[in-house]
Design a protein around this ligand. Sequence first.
Ligand code: SIN
Length: 285
Amino acid sequence: MSSTEMTVSPVAGALGADVHGVNLSEPMGDNLFKAVNDALLEHQVLFFHDQEITPDQQIGFAKRFGDIHYHPYISGMPDHPEIVEIIKTESESKNFGGSWHSDQMFNRCPAKLTMLYAKEVPEAGGDTLFASMYAAHDALSDGMRKMLGELHTFNVGDRFKNQGGKTRREVMTGTSSMRLKDPDPDQDTEAVHPTLRTHPETGRKALYIGGHTHRFDELTDEESEGLLDYLRKYSVRPEFTCRFRWKRNSLALWDNRCTQHFAVNDYAGKRRVMHRITIAGDATF
Ligand code: SIN
């Protein structure tokens, strides 16, 4: 399959594009890979459809973009540790990723990309929302942009730690089919980042906040809360977003350096299983 057979169709104004004419079960030549990567840099999240791929083929595709990033709180699949299986069964109520966030912001080198492959999805519901943090950055007033340009966020992985002193694992054990674990001692769970981040490949600025953001380093708790509350709502204004309706064998690939996402939890009594791989990123600037 060559890059000339690939078509890319935007799905919304700010971000997101459907990709057709690419078979992810086949080895990808350098030209086609470059076309996919260029499309990702332009559209920030890509949607592939009707892809029959094995775990090894998904891992092979992911590794074209870089090294695998391993989740500190969730173990990978026993035979494929690179893949985190996101499972929500018919009897579970909590979902994984059900708040706006950018993956692994609590790491000094947050995951650059995430690839999610749909194994089992409800007939309706369980969509994923995406928001462009380029668009959020570009629409800031000059004054707000100047102020945020001088601030750094403090981000925490175990966002449940303030809930009765319980860890993420303690809160979720017994209520989730995910393979929960405690972080290895060498894995980051807290990190400081610039609030306006520069994308290392495009050079564009993005607003870099998400559900893992607890406060601004340079502000008091009270000031942080007010500003964060505003930015959380502002950054996901409808015009910055797109929505993906999954089908079995769809694959979404997104760039965490310039997007947030949100897994919608509206499929009670239904089962949803996804295979997720994250690609390691670099230190922020
Ligand atoms: C995630 O936050 O990575 C999961 C998104 C989803 O399951 O839709």
